[in-house]
Ligand binder design. Structure first.
Ligand code: PLP
Ligand code: COI
Length: 367
């Protein structure tokens, strides 16, 4: 289909002074731009009615299937103001492909990749003034999502979907920037079982993570580490981050991340860091990693750093893991050099401060 978006300008946009105030301290996901993009799908017409419209409430019939059986999926990616004033995003085709894979797992209509990327370009063009300036930590977080809009209570795939894209200027996901976070090992709850939806980015995964997340918060932790559902032995990932472990130091560094064994979200940041770590001269290993190995490696110092990674959190060092009956500090509890180096390699590419040798950046709005 052609990616022709109609555009209806917001008749009551945020005043410039207010927008400037928001951009000075955006937080994470608290403020939204003046427009959103929508595209509808039904079995007869396929994808149709692509539009950029004023940001505002969605009207849903109370019997819309999403409200009952949770057929909802989403993505998360960022767009960055470049030094020349243009706006580019990082590997949007990878998010488009993951959105399609998630849709397939949830028996939803696949959105063509070109339409996904076109929606980003259209919304960023309409709300270009909202994209934070080049050179800082801030970026535009883009949240594409899709929901089942057929009216009916039968349990079956919907025959109608609404795709929607909203945008939110953001600063760091964890308040405090690159400060190490404490994380909670959940031995009571799991995130994903083989054959389940762990590799998909569906809202239900996050709904199920809220109780363990609240338990973690009671222990002063800002993320939850999940073990595999079958043996409760292997480290999967965190609630919204993949995990990396650093062994060794100097020119003998091995970077280990849990292999994608069928219950982990295949993170685009994870994939990119594997490439960058190799370039940095590290040995790079994807394999299963047990909680016992983490605990003993952190205790005897063979694991020098652990960090989480994701679009929202970029690279976030882990200072301590807490669990029922104890806690263990990673290294000296401070951000480690390998995580920090990888973080700056990645963000320099994203912000146009280093050459994009992998063709990861896509200009969506020209200067
Ligand atoms: N794991 C989970 C559960 C996530 O929600 C995310 C964030 O999207 C990630 C990992 C990291 O993925 P990405 O690097 O593609 O943002
Ligand atoms: C991400 O985009 O990195 C996320 O994990 C989204 C998160 C806020 C759920």
């Amino acid at each position: 289909m052609s990616a022709q978006f109609s555009r209806t300008s917001n008749p009551d946009p945020t005043p410039e002074a207010r927008r400037t105030e928001i951009l000075a301290a955006p937080g994470f996901g608290r403020y939204f731009t003046d427009h959103m993009a929508t595209v509808r799908w039904n079995a007869q017409r396929g994808w149709h009615d692509a539009a950029v419209v004023p940001y505002g409430p969605l009207v849903l019939d109370p019997a819309s299937m999403v409200l009952h059986y949770g057929q909802e999926i989403f993505e998360g990616l960022k767009a960055y103001r470049q030094p020349d004033g243009s706006i580019a995003s990082f590997r949007p085709e990878a998010n488009a492909a993951r959105f399609r894979a998630t849709a397939a797992r949830m028996a939803m209509a696949p959105l063509p990749d070109e339409l996904f990327v076109a929606s980003l370009a259209e919304l960023l063009d309409a709300d270009r003034e909202w994209v934070p300036p080049a050179g800082g930590e801030e970026a535009m977080y883009l949240r594409p999502f899709m929901l089942a809009t057929e009216v009916g209570l039968g349990v079956r795939p919907s025959s109608e979907y609404l795709y929607c894209l909203i945008a939110s200027p953001v600063g760091p996901y964890f308040p405090g920037g690159v400060k190490p976070i404490d994380v909670w090992l959940s031995t009571e709850y799991t995130r994903a079982a083989l054959g389940g939806t762990g590799t998909a980015k569906c809202g239900g995964n996050y709904a199920a993570s809220l109780l363990p997340q609240a338990q973690g918060a009671e222990h002063g932790c800002s993320q939850v580490v999940y073990l595999d559902a079958e043996e409760r032995h292997w480290v999967d990932e965190m609630g919204s981050n993949n995990l990396f472990f650093v062994y060794g130091s100097g020119d003998q560094i091995e970077v280990v991340t849990p292999a994608l064994t069928g219950s982990i979200l295949p993170g685009i940041t994870r994939d990119s860091l594997l490439v960058l770590a190799k370039e940095l001269g590290c040995e790079v290993t994807e394999r299963r990693m047990s909680w016992d190995e983490w605990l003993s490696g952190a205790a005897d110092g063979s694991i020098s750093e652990v960090f989480g990674c994701g679009t929202a959190a970029v690279v976030t060092p882990i200072g301590r893991v807490r669990y029922h009956g104890g806690e263990v500090v990673m290294g000296d509890g401070q951000p480690g050099p390998v995580g920090l180096r990888l973080r700056s390699m990645l963000t320099d590419i994203q912000r146009g401060a280093a050459p994009d040798t992998h063709s990861w950046m896509r200009t969506l709005v020209p200067a």
